[in-house]
Ligand binder design. Sequence first.
Ligand code: MG
Length: 120
Amino acid sequence: MQKRILVVDDDNMNLVRTKMILGKQYDVLFAGSGIEALDILQRETVDLVLLDIDMPKMNGIETFERMKKFAAGVPVIFLTASGHKDDVVSAVKLGAVNYLKKPFLPQELLKRVSQEFEKQ
Ligand SMILES: [Mg+2]
C-alpha cells in the first residue's frame, strides 16, 4: 500500500511544490491550516505529517500539541524557515524528532521522508 502523507502549509505554492516532489511515490493530502489538518487527521489514516511551523491563527506547534491528543503515533516532520531557531527548540521539546528547513531541495525532502518510513 502506498504511504499517505499529509502536508500542512499556509503557503499554497509550497503545497503545490511539495506535492510535485512527493506525488510520484506517495499518496499526498493537503491542508492549508492547522484546523484543516486536525480535521483531516480525525477522518483519515495518515502515515506521516509534514507540518509548517509558521502559520496564522494556529501555528504548527499548537497544531502538533492538539494532534498528539488523538493521533500521537503519527510521525511529524516540521517545516521551518531558516532563522526561526526558537520554533525548532519548541518542536523538539514537544517530541518532534525531525525538521526540515525551507526552502528544501527535492532530494532532501525525499530522503527525509524515506528515512522516516524506514523506521516504521
Ligand atoms: Mg507558513
